[in-house]
Design a protein around this ligand. Sequence first.
Ligand code: SR1
Ligand code: MG
Length: 396
Amino acid sequence: MTIQITNHYQALTEIDAIQYALEKNLLEANQDYTCKEIGDGNLNLVFHITPTTGGTGIILKQALPYAKVVGESWPLTLERAYIEASALQWQATFVPTLVPKVFHIDKQLAITVLEDLSNLTILRTGLLNGNTYPKVGKDIGTFLAETLYHTSDYALHPFEKKKQVKRFSNPELCKITEDLVFTDPFFDSETNNFEVELKEQVESIWANDLLKLEVAKLKKQFLTETEALLHGDLHTGSVFVNENRTIVIDPEFAFYGPIGFDIGQVFANLLFAYLHHPEKIDRLQTLQEVWETYYQSFTDLWNKGTEDPYTKVEGYLPFTLTKHWEDALGFAGCEAIRRTIGLAHVADLDSIKNQNQRIHAKLVSLKIGQRLILERKSITSIQELLSLIHQEVSTV
Ligand code: SR1
Ligand code: MG
């Protein structure tokens, strides 16, 4: 039976997905195909279509008009699919080997067809399974420097920059972050979700006005600073890896925001990987490599030549990088807290089977999160950050 696929939005089934890809000449017609919906994220359908005889296929990603993690009661714009595809295409001009190839975009049906990356593993899963990826820290550091620098005022003419800020206006997805990362976890909100053993810590967070003042400042930065086109949701579930390749996927939260936000999300999610396997020190080495690569690559790009004459003024580059560092620490702190007690958790913490170890890891995450927010301006080096993490892991 064939199903009529119109230009009006409808959520595809596995059979529809094959038919759609055939109609759009994205698959060879004289073969049979198998399709499996493999989406394990919070928001979208992801179809993996392969020839029945085996081999590489394609990925067809379709946005749903609501947040899958909650259900149809949480409607969500379909425009995010187009924002994601547009971000991938722009990022590909700076880092073609670090993002997936986009084969096809359909604005009406909120579909993006992408290269098949099923021979790679989601970084979070790979790290949880105990694997190590020697290239990933440098690759993510490069991705951050290239995408953030080239989309910023340091690289773009002011007219072009403001055009891009408009193009990547993404209010609904930003609102999710504003609520779930910056607001709800710091108040007694309905969306929060935490184990009863954390209650005392959580209540002390809700009662800590000094902490909340700092989070308010970070949220204000997120709301108002249009420094660069961010990925917007750069956790370890947004990265595919194997020993040789790193591919950053899923920029549906892309928008113009503060540079430190992307860096901070990477820091926090590598911290979770370490808290899951505290014997695997390479997780923290990866974090260090992310920052050191970012620092060096951003510096090289800046020194090659920029739009703004002030970039030649002594002291402006260190001032800029210090801001990115301090912001990254603060945003990492918010991410650590929200993934521990907010709506959307991470498997790194939730899947720790031993109850005592799991609660310990979560308490450490909350403690480090608070310290990063409060002490972000006094932690001045990656070594100090790593010492703080070691100290908290061994004392809570
Ligand atoms: C309702 S969406 C929950 C979370 O999933 C996404 O990946 C983002 O991190 C968002 O905060
Ligand atoms: Mg995602």
